[in-house]
Structure formats: structure tokens, C-alpha cells
Write a protein that binds this ligand. Structure first.
Ligand SMILES: [Zn+2]
Ligand SMILES: [Zn+2]
Length: 274
């Protein structure tokens, strides 16, 4: 059994439990280490996106920032709290970040400056949004679009994943086939897009997670995970826990799933942390 968990969220962002509660749960489960990886989503247009008012209504305003300065300020105090808890914890606590990648030079410049200040232990690359027709859209916006728009959005999503993996910034890529959350993009016709993303991941020696966050299925699908296994891309398991009851959820099933898809290259904590 994998004895660490690195993809977790806490209260103050979009998680339901405190850092201390998440750490205590991981320790109780016999884990050696837990990383807290709250969302780092910075885009000047974020408050104009359709989903934004819904996120605010759910109390998740803090996961979005219009500027890097805003996000840095938030993470500074968050990381200070992590250090404080780590000082008296009986397991290792790591400073993570689930970063939304945006393909622009300005974003990259701002992000690299933020890294110098915040110095996280590891970075998860995510694509929760695409810029479509000048507007930021998430998977729920994709689900509501007409078929043609949907297909264009899906193409753009996969292109964004490949570009993010190719950026050389991230230790691993999260929930590769995220549009599956709304039932999109799982048909065999998308295998060309999957293959491009997988080759970008492989070329940049980036890893991937098996994300056990979806109730019905894991990310990525078996078809994609087989491609990952063929490319010998390193894999490990993430619970994407947003509450204590989700810590290490389905880890055993995910390990069976990985073996069934031919995965041999499993990441250890030491190989993930740089
Ligand atoms: Zn995510
Ligand atoms: Zn997450």
C-alpha cells in the first residue's frame, strides 16, 4: 500500500477539514507523509467567468485569484500554518500546490516569481479551465455547450494538458481526463488527443496520478492508463481528498487497476520530491 498522500485540500480553500484534521487522519491510517495541495488558480479574468458566482456562493472564493500578488499573500499565511502544524506532527507534512496552468507568457512569468517566494515542495499540474472564445470555461460549461462547441472545447482541453505537461513546471499531472466528470471525452475518437498528451508527458519526464476522486471510476481511464504504462511514465495514487473521510480512499482498488493496466513504474515519495 502506498503510505503517503499528496493531493489533498483543506478548509479556507475548497476542502471541508482543517490541516490539523487531515494530518491526524493520515497519521491514523499509518501514512508516513501527507502533502496539502490547495488550488492555485490565477487569471486576470477569473472573476468574469460563468462559474465564478457559483464558487463564491459555495464559499470557495479563495481558490481563485485575479493576480499573483493576491495568491501569494494567501499561500504565505497558509504555508506558515502548515509549518506551525508540522513542527509538532508525528508524520511528515509537505507544502504542495494544485496549479491551474494557463498557456501565456505573462502567466508563466508571474508563476515563476510566485515559486521563488513560496518555495513549495512539489507542484501538481491541472487543467480545470480552458479559454474558449475569450471566456474561461470549466467542464460544467463544456457539458452545457452544443456538440460542435463541446468538441472544440475538448480538443482545446487536451491541447492544454499537453502544453502544461510540456511546460516542464509540474511534478505530475492531475486527473488527466477530467471532462469525464461530466461524461465527456471518453469515446475512442479521442485517442489521438490522449496519445498527444501522453507523449508530451513522456517527453518531459512528468509523472501522472491515478486519481480516486470520482465515485464511479478513476482518472485516467483504463485506455489512457495503458498508454501511460506503455510509455513507462511514472504513476502513483492520489485521493484528491477534500475531507478526512476521503484520505486514502480506494487506494487498494487503484493499485489493482494500475497492475491490470500494465503499470510497473510506481513513484515513491523520494522520487516525487525534488
Ligand atoms: Zn483538480
Ligand atoms: Zn484537487
Amino acid at each position: 500500500m502506498q503510505n503517503f498522500t499528496l493531493h489533498t485540500h483543506t478548509i479556507g480553500f475548497d476542502g471541508k477539514n482543517t490541516i490539523a484534521e487531515m494530518v491526524a487522519r493520515a497519521a491514523q491510517l499509518g501514512m508516513n507523509a501527507i502533502g496539502i495541495s490547495n488550488h492555485f488558480i490565477v487569471h486576470p479574468e477569473i472573476t468574469n467567468a460563468k462559474f465564478y458566482p457559483f464558487s463564491v456562493a459555495r464559499g470557495y472564493k479563495n481558490i481563485y485569484s485575479s493576480s499573483f500578488d493576491e495568491a501569494i499573500k494567501l499561500f504565505m499565511s497558509h504555508y506558515q500554518e502548515l509549518e506551525r502544524i508540522a513542527a509538532s506532527a508525528n508524520i511528515r507534512i509537505l507544502r504542495g500546490m494544485e496549479v491551474d496552468f494557463f498557456p501565456s507568457v505573462t502567466w508563466r512569468r508571474g508563476f515563476e516569481q510566485a515559486l521563488k517566494i513560496l518555495q513549495p515542495d512539489y507542484l501538481i499540474g491541472s487543467c480545470h479551465f480552458i479559454e474558449y472564445d475569450g471566456v474561461l470555461c470549466n467542464v460544467h460549461d463544456m457539458a452545457k455547450a452544443d456538440i460542435d462547441t463541446q468538441n472544440q472545447m475538448l480538443h482545446q482541453y487536451w491541447q492544454n494538458v499537453a502544453t502544461a505537461a510540456g511546460a516542464g513546471l509540474f511534478d505530475w499531472m492531475a486527473h488527466l481526463d477530467l471532462p469525464k466528470k461530466v461524461g465527456l471525452g471518453s469515446e475512442p475518437q479521442w485517442d489521438g488527443c490522449w496519445a498527444s498528451a501522453v507523449s508530451a508527458i513522456s517527453a518531459n519526464k512528468t509523472a501522472i496520478e491515478i486519481n480516486t476522486g470520482l465515485a464511479t471510476d478513476f482518472y485516467p481511464s483504463a485506455q489512457i492508463l495503458k498508454m501511460i504504462a506503455n510509455a513507462n511514465i511514472p504513476v502513483f495514487i492520489s485521493d484528491d481528498a477534500h475531507s478526512v473521510d476521503q484520505v486514502a480512499r480506494h487506494f487498494e482498488n487503484a493499485m489493482d487497476f494500475a497492475h491490470n493496466c500494465g503499470v510497473n513504474n510506481f513513484m515513491t515519495l523520494d522520487t516525487i520530491l525534488r
